[in-house]
Ligand binder design. Sequence first.
Ligand code: SF4
Ligand code: SF4
Length: 318
Amino acid sequence: MVSPSSIRLEACSICQLKCPLCPRTTGETFKIIGNGTLKFENFKSLIDSNPQIRKVELGNFGEVFLNKEIPQILRYAYEHNVETTIDEGANLNDVSDESLEALVRYQTSILRCAIDGVTQSTYEKYRVGANLKKVIANIKKINSFKAAYRSLKPVLIFQFVIFGHNEHETERAKLLASMLKMKLNYKLNFSENFPVQNRDKIRALLGYSDRKEYMEKEGRHYMRNQCYEMWIRPQINWDGKLLGCSRNFWGFYSENVFQNDLIANINNEKISYARDMLMGLKPLYEDIPCKNCGIYKSLAKNNSWITEAELKEHQKHS
Ligand code: SF4
Ligand code: SF4
């Protein structure tokens, strides 16, 4: 039986940007994920009825800060000793001062911000509709609140996905991250539509030039660990649908965990079958969302099924 102390609960699936490869922009998320925000009342009742939950990740397909109830949500979590993270990433373009202060005041432990460029012209090539000046101003405000509250939290992560159009700015990204008191985290590109040019440079930096090369060298998908969420921190949509993992926008395992017993839902027949499938213990079943996922295909192709041992190891470090 699975009874995780950590969950992922999307605060907002709406986003104001139009990043070209995002499944929100392409419209792929609309059917199952929809457009909406997590209601404070649902957050409260889930926390109240599940005292085993000690940690909640609030990001997923949209922009967390477009949810106006974020200050209330962070406060309630803090007052109930539940750690909050926004490690999936935020674009930080439009955030109220109240929300920025709440991040510090209520001790959100991690805030990851997607900044794939240090000049407006580079940054907006992928982050379409975004404004770098606004992002930098918001990060500076968080740092001011951190100073005022003498807080080390949230740890700020500067996420830079390396594309062909921004690879010349990797060095300057280091500088900007340090000026903004952020930890720089480069990530490999995932699309052949934005190929990197200087492969040797990226290899020297990260060991691989893109995710395709990672797969060829390692025989496993770059994002394979996302499957762990099915056991360790299951994904719940803003409206209560149980999605299982944060990659899934193809189907759900339960219609509304806000109205039903969470632990019973996390252990229902369908999601238990999916876990067995991911371990290679059961054959592919059409009704399981993983059948659409490139990660499942790579598990099957490489016979590199998820194991109990790696789940235990991952849990130790999470
Ligand atoms: S900022 Fe994130 S959620 Fe918004 S369009 Fe870009 S990738 Fe999608
Ligand atoms: S294979 Fe399934 S559990 Fe793993 S990332 Fe894909 S949809 Fe999620």
